[in-house]
Every structure is written in structure tokens, then in C-alpha cells.
Design a protein around this ligand. Structure first.
Ligand code: 5FX
Length: 523
């Protein structure tokens, strides 16, 4: 008999860079438990800083795989001590930092299948990894391999058309190619390569878990249209790589029941399912319940833009991934380095260091800034690759200064215009019903959000994203149970709390204006 909705639990884990987190929801989508293990402070024996080891070359960045394993032992013990009744858990899913890779030593699959519930995973899996230190997303030591891959694929744009991104040093294929060269012996000993997400799923499954389409798109190896490994990319990376990776699966797949290890050690039911794990950014998209037409703008140290895309147009900037909740759709991720720190600099220089004065400047200047514009790249920007401050007067002439109030508006409008232009280049289009979901530090400033609403000509809602990857994973666990019978993700999560409306576009925001400079003219 099916348990009542309030009795069932769904767990979402997030293996992120600095910590392992978990969140449990009940069948009514109420969050009923949250817990975490901080790597640096709770597992000091691994001597990480921020969860990673930065090597002497400053380019190589790794994390010990056994730290993640031990963190899971610790987290499950904490949950047990907190009284979580594992027999109520119907399904488990999770996410991991994107791009990181795990190398299972020959024989590890057999070990995974026969885990002794009297011992912890850390003891049982000591000898199961051929590479003890996993390359993670912060690594940027594979420049040569990126060049080689792009050459093999027929250029950077061609590679982006196939895999959704040009070659990036942190992307897994380039890390695999580098490891094959620099740690040939350890590489030879590997029988399976997982992403952090599929590695974590493997622990719960007691067998190798497939890589899902969405996180698989962060490898420079998956053809995002056929959703299979790209022959040309595989061949350029390592021989027989498809055997090491296994076949990718839809992100909504159920991989199987939880391993008997968890049944005997923690009291999970044998019927508890493991839904495919995915990357932290795709899981956040699920946690935000982003829909077609929506755009999420995270306003932090660096600004991140998430998009739901129906028809992808990969470019040299940003990343297109397969969508984690709808296999026919896509998502895009854009990263902008000059976010909060630049807003703070202009606040200090033009608003006496006060957010109130900064907001007043936005209130006292008109939408469109009478044609004055600016692009502020204090440090080398990622999107677009440009640096310096570029100001334009209403006639599009470059000028060296603007009045303080005008400068404040030029900065904020310029930042959001850039977010919109680059999103549109990847295939995003504003359609009736488009919502902008704002999150992060600056999302508490109403005037900044009004500019965001005007620039996108769409209503802006705020949303707390601090636990969105975990929440998205718990939602995905719940959806996994019914996805095969054709029930959509949105049907399952329709009762979740709605984001809050905070700004609507000014009527003048949709007036067509003469073409003006945009950030893409600056290179
Ligand atoms: C995305 O491409 C990234 O590299 C990061 O956001 C990692 O996923 C962080 F975990």
C-alpha cells in the first residue's frame, strides 16, 4: 500500500565544492529536514581549503575522492542521529559540482555490489579509486588538450555546435585527456570514469550509475542534439572512452533500487529508488522550477544567468546543456565576472558608499538614461572577453566620464543589457509570460530590480537560491517515480511555494529605440 503523502520522503543530496548537503521534502513538497558536512572543518584530515587542493602550478585543482565518501558516511550518521526515518524515503536523487571526474579502479564494481553494512563506506572503498585526487571545476591546467580537441573537431565554433560549449579547461573530456598523459599508469587502472554526480549516485546504487544527459553536457564529449557521445570528441580524448564512460541516460531516469547496504545499515526500504543524479547548475534550474521563457539572474560576486532554451544556438560564449527536467529542451548558463564588486566600486565612487544613494540615483534618472551608456569590466570579463570601462554619450561617442547619477544608471543598465544580449545570442527569446527570477545579494535592492525588469521588459520575481541544488534534487527524486508514465516535472512540483513578484516593467520599457552600442561591440 502507498504511504500517505505526508509520510513519504524524498531526499536531495548536493556534493558541492565546499560541503555535502542534503534536504528532505515530504509528498506535499514541505522541506522537513536539512543537514550538511563541511569538508574543511569536519574532515580536517584531508587538509582541504574550500574543499580543494590548489597545486604548486596554481592551475591544477583537485579534491580527494575519499573525502566525499567519508562525508557521506558522516552525513547519513548525522541524519540518523537527528531522527530521520529512512524507511519513509521513497526516492533519492542528487547533484554534484559540474565537470569533476572520478576514476574507479579495476574491481571496484564488484566491491560496490557487495558492500558490508557493518563497515562504513570509507573503509570499504579505500582501494576502489585509481586516481586519489579528482580534477574539479576550478582546475584550469588543460589548455593544450583544449587546443587539441578544438583542432580535431574542426574549430572552436564547431565544437560548440556539437557539445554546447567551445573547449573549456575545466570540462571533463579535456581533464581526461590530460590525465591520460600525465598519470598514464593510474589512468590504465581505471575501469570506469564517473562525474561527481554519477559517482555519488553509484554509492547509493551499489553499481556504476549512468551519466545523465544534462551533466554529461559539461564534458565537451556529448553531442547535445543526438544525446550520445560524439565520436570525434571521444577519439580525440582517449581510446575506448565510451567503454569507460558507459551510455548516457535521460536526466529523469530511475537507475534502480537503493543498494542493500543502505537497507541494512540505515533502514531504507528495498523499494526506495535512485533517480539519476545531475550537475549542481541543472539541479538548481529544477529547484527554481524554471520554465520555458524564464530567465534566472543570480546577482552575486559574479553574476550568473540561467536560461530555459527550446532551440539552442551554441556560441563561443556560455554553455548549452541538455535540460534536466525535459529531455527535449535545453538550458544555458552564462557567467559574468564583473558583478557585485563592480556595483560596489561604482557605489563607492558615485554614491558615497551608500546603497541608499545608489538607489536614489536610479530613481532620479530616466529609463534609458537619456541615451548615455556604459560597460564596466574592472577585470577581464568572461562574457564577452573584454576589459576596461567604456562609456558612450547619446550619439554613441566614447566619453571619459559621466555625472555620478548617470554613471550609476549606466552601470546597472549596461550590466543587464549585456545579460540580455548574450542570452539572446544563445537562443533565448522573451515571449509573453516571460519571468525574470532574481536571486543573490543585489536581489534585495528594489531599484536595481526595477532596472532589471525594464531591460528585460518582463516582471521580476525574487527567489532564495541558497539550497536550490538540493531542493531541485529532492523534486527530481519525486518526479523520477512518475516520469516514465509521462507525468511532467511541473505537474509534480506545481504546489511548491511561488516566487515573489517584486517589479513590473515600466510601460515605456517596450518602446523601440534606435540601435545603440552593446557590450558585444567591445572586444
Ligand atoms: C559550471 O560550469 C561550473 O563550473 C560551476 O558552477 C560548478 O558547477 C560549481 F560547482
Amino acid at each position: 500500500m502507498m504511504a500517505a503523502a505526508q509520510d513519504s520522503l524524498y531526499l536531495g543530496f548536493d556534493f558541492s565544492t565546499q560541503q555535502l548537503k542534503v534536504l528532505a521534502i515530504d509528498g506535499h513538497l514541505n522541506v522537513v529536514h536539512q543537514n550538511n558536512v563541511q569538508f574543511d572543518s569536519e574532515l580536517p584530515e584531508f587538509r582541504t581549503r574550500g574543499g580543494v587542493h590548489i597545486h604548486a602550478d596554481r592551475l591544477t585543482v583537485t579534491s580527494p575522492v575519499l573525502m566525499w565518501v567519508k562525508a557521506l558516511d558522516l552525513l547519513l550518521d548525522k541524519m540518523k542521529r537527528a531522527g530521520l526515518d529512512f524507511s519513509r524515503v521513497r526516492a533519492v536523487s542528487g547533484s554534484g559540482q559540474q565537470h569533476g571526474s572520478v576514476y574507479w579502479r579495476r574491481g571496484a564494481r564488484e566491491t560496490l555490489k557487495r558492500l558490508d553494512p557493518d563497515q562504513d563506506l570509507y573503509q570499504l572503498l579505500q582501494g576502489s579509486f585509481s586516481v586519489p585526487d579528482c580534477p574539479v571545476w576550478m582546475d584550469c591546467s588543460s589548455r593544450q588538450q583544449c587546443q587539441d580537441l578544438q583542432a580535431a573537431a574542426g574549430g572552436a565554433l564547431r565544437l560548440a555546435e556539437i557539445t554546447g560549449s567551445r573547449a573549456f579547461e575545466r570540462f571533463t573530456g579535456n581533464q581526461i585527456a590530460k590525465l591520460r598523459l600525465t598519470r598514464a599508469e593510474q589512468f590504465q587502472e581505471a575501469e570506469r570514469i564517473s562525474l561527481v554526480s554519477s559517482f555519488a549516485a553509484s554509492l547509493f546504487l551499489g553499481d556504476y550509475a549512468a551519466i545523465d544527459y544534462s551533466d554529461g553536457s559539461g564534458m565537451n564529449l556529448l553531442d547535445i542534439r543526438t544525446r550520445n557521445w560524439s565520436e570525434v570528441c571521444l577519439e580525440a580524448t582517449a581510446p575506448h572512452l565510451d567503454r569507460l564512460l558507459g551510455a548516457p541516460v535521460p536526466s529523469t531516469s530511475v537507475l534502480g533500487p537503493v543498494s542493500s547496504y543502505f537497507v541494512h545499515r540505515y533502514g531504507f526500504l528495498e523499494s526506495c529508488r535512485v533517480a539519476a543524479f545531475t550537475g549542481d547548475n541543472p539541479a538548481s534550474l529544477a529547484g527554481m522550477r524554471l520554465q520555458q521563457g524564464d530567465v534566472a539572474v543570480s546577482l552575486g560576486t559574479s553574476d550568473t544567468v540561467f536560461l530555459w532554451i527550446q532551440q539552442p544556438r551554441p556560441t563561443l560564449e556560455g554553455h548549452v546543456f541538455c535540460n534536466p527536467v525535459d529531455w527535449q529542451a535545453y538550458m544555458a548558463l552564462l557567467c559574468f565576472k564583473n558583478g557585485s564588486l563592480t556595483r560596489e566600486r561604482i557605489r563607492n565612487e558615485c554614491a558615497g558608499g551608500s546603497w541608499e544613494h545608489f538607489s536614489a540615483a536610479l530613481r532620479d534618472t530616466p529609463l534609458g538614461n537619456n541615451g548615455n551608456m556604459g560597460f564596466y569590466f574592472d577585470t577581464m570579463e568572461i562574457t564577452p572577453p573584454a576589459v576596461g570601462v567604456h562609456r558612450f554619450d547619446p550619439d554613441d561617442n566614447k566619453v571619459s566620464s559621466l555625472s555620478p547619477q548617470v554613471e550609476v544608471r549606466a552601470l546597472v543598465e549596461g550590466q543587464f543589457l549585456s545579460r540580455r544580449v548574450h542570452a539572446e545570442r544563445l537562443g533565448y527569446s522573451i515571449i509573453p509570460g516571460t519571468r525574470v527570477l532574481a536571486t543573490g545579494g543585489a536581489s534585495s535592492n528594489e531599484e536595481i530590480l526595477q532596472v532589471l525588469s525594464d531591460v528585460f521588459n518582463a516582471p521580476v520575481y525574487t527567489i532564495d537560491l541558497s539550497n536550490s541544488a538540493c531542493l531541485g534534487s529532492a523534486y527530481r527524486a519525486l518526479h523520477g517515480l512518475v516520469a516514465e508514465s509521462g507525468v511532467s516535472f511541473f505537474e509534480v512540483v506545481k504546489k511548491a511555494p511561488e516566487p515573489q513578484l517584486v517589479a513590473t516593467p515600466h510601460p515605456a520599457a517596450q518602446e523601440p529605440s534606435a540601435p545603440t552600442a552593446d557590450s558585444s561591440d567591445i572586444t
